[in-house]
Design a protein. Structure first.
Length: 512
């Protein structure tokens, strides 16, 4: 069952119950709750308008007691039959929550937070049947078509994505379980709305508490650091056309003469909607040069980004950024000098996972290899029939190394990963900036020693030494390795001796 608490009813605990096994439309949800949006009211022609009673959404100061009571009334799951999973209707609950916010006409921004410890076993968005004899889907099942619920559930959540965008609502997922919970199915609406996804083991963990506190952090003026109802509009000169965008956004399907017929990611538009954004939100935009481009080398072209969003103080802000670039001839040294290999690797990673979600991994690897061959043949210096003569300038030399690690990473090679883990990895890479993306693609390894400041070393077993400390950072995990001598000295407590001050400083040097 899905329970909706009326926080504005003070006489007793008033709850509206929905059947978790049925998909309820937005209009039906609002009708059962007794709230009607403007759109729903317009459909009821000839009837007396109903004054909305927004008892389901109130300021905390007016409903703190009822809110606390509602949380305390939430009990553990009902008795579970032997050999069965608990009954969960995550999809139905999410749909009802969206319908509630649609009915209350909350178009200034809102969040729906899902806290779950298991997969949905009932209703729309089902992940697996309750019978434990039915194993939860794996990547092999998805590839071979042995996951009958997956396609239908993804379709349900993709429809929910559009409703979330129209209502300016963000969907967050906090999943704490040792098993999969259905994050792969929920990835669509969470990503397109700009929501947060956390996969952990226990709700009592520090990881969960820190994540929740971070979401509700405030600025120096006391406003929540939540920026809702954002749009990004792109304007270009006539020689450049917009292909699309990859990131936590959704296309508004608004076309004009600068929109290309070739779509990449969320394309077919010059304007995108974001449920929320932060100072770390990163979106990759793709453009193409028109075939009829006849601009003179050295002349300028412009790309302008117009961002509108609602600040934490409910004020609407607009930021405009205009970038000017010059046209260059083929094989011009300006192209080599202006190439950013780190950014190129980050964008290629987004393109690779976009393709990986729609085709087989081997096809993605083949596409990456072909792209790298074209890159090397275009920008490399070599003598034909002499492989030892191949050289890349310093602005290109690291790019093949990034591609080497990307094609072997968990983003492409999903062996030993669950669909939920893969969905989480893809979601995080698709919104992270250049530095964070490169750490995901090629983890960093720093060496701390008595000889000087920390230095980066190769990801190789040869970097291990008895008298050094290694810090491994893969973005998702941080591991500190102590050399055998360092570990023995620490065990003997030498770092507590004032005569071994250098050892104490060395042990404190690695920072998480």
């Amino acid at each position: 069952m899905v329970r909706v608490y009326d926080l504005g009813f003070s006489d007793c605990s008033r709850v509206v119950v929905f059947h978790g096994g049925r998909e309820v439309s937005s209009e039906q949800t609002q009708q059962f709750l007794g709230i009607y949006s403007t759109k729903w009211g317009q459909q009821q022609l000839g009837k007396t308008p109903v004054i909305q009673k927004l008892g389901f959404l109130l300021p905390v100061s007016e409903c703190e007691f009822n809110f606390t009571t509602a949380i305390e009334e939430i009990c553990s799951l009902a008795v579970v039959m032997p050999g069965h999973r608990p009954q969960r209707c995550t999809g139905a609950a999410t749909s009802v929550a969206v319908g509630l916010l649609e009915g209350c006409s909350v178009n200034t921004g809102a969040r729906i937070m899902i806290f779950t410890s298991g997969p949905a076993t009932l209703g729309p968005g089902i992940v697996v049947d309750s019978d434990l004899s039915d194993a939860i889907r794996t990547h092999g099942d998805l590839i071979n078509g042995h996951a009958p619920n997956y396609t239908k559930s993804c379709s349900f959540y993709n429809q929910l994505s559009q409703r979330l965008s129209d209502a300016s609502v963000v969907l967050d997922l906090f999943a704490c379980s040792l098993d999969q919970v259905g994050a792969a199915e929920l990835k669509g609406p969470v990503e397109s709305s700009g929501g947060f996804m956390m996969l952990g083991e226990l709700f009592e963990s520090d990881q969960f508490r820190k994540c929740l506190r971070q979401i509700f952090s405030r600025d120096e003026d006391g406003h929540l650091k939540m920026y809702f109802d954002a749009t990004i509009e792109v304007v270009t000169t006539k020689d450049v056309r917009i292909c699309g965008a990859l990131g936590p956004c959704i296309s508004l399907r608004k076309k004009n003469s600068i929109v290309s017929d070739r779509e990449t990611g969320e394309g077919g538009t010059y304007k995108w909607k974001l449920g929320t954004l932060t100072n770390r939100t990163c979106i990759a935009f793709f453009f193409e040069v028109c075939d009829e481009q006849r601009a003179e080398p050295g002349s300028a072209f412009l790309v302008q980004f117009i961002t509108r969003y609602r600040h934490g103080n409910m004020g609407v802000r607009k930021r405009v950024m205009t970038a000017a670039r010059r046209w260059a001839e083929n094989k011009s040294p300006e192209i080599t000098a202006g190439f950013d290999q780190e950014t190129a690797a980050s964008v290629m990673a987004r393109l690779a996972i976009y393709r990986a979600e729609r085709s087989f991994a081997r096809d993605v690897v083949r596409w990456m290899d072909d792209s790298l061959i074209c890159f090397a043949s275009k920008f490399g210096d070599y003598i034909q029939e002499d492989p030892s003569s191949f050289r890349l300038s310093s602005n290109f030399s690291l790019y093949p190394q990034f591609m080497y690690y990307l094609r072997r990473s968990q983003f492409i090679d999903v062996f030993n990963c669950t669909p939920d883990e893969t969905a989480f990895f893809h979601l995080m890479l698709n919104r992270e900036g250049v530095v964070g993306s490169l750490i995901m693609i090629q983890p960093t390894l720093f060496q701390y020693s008595f000889d000087g400041p920390p230095v980066p070393v190769l990801l190789d077993v040869r970097s291990i030494s008895a008298d050094v400390i290694l810090l491994f950072d893969s973005y998702f995990n941080v591991v500190i390795h102590y050399g055998s001598k360092i570990a023995q000295w620490r065990k003997l407590g030498y770092h507590k001796d004032p005569n071994h001050e250098n050892l104490r400083k060395l042990l404190e040097a690695p920072e998480l």
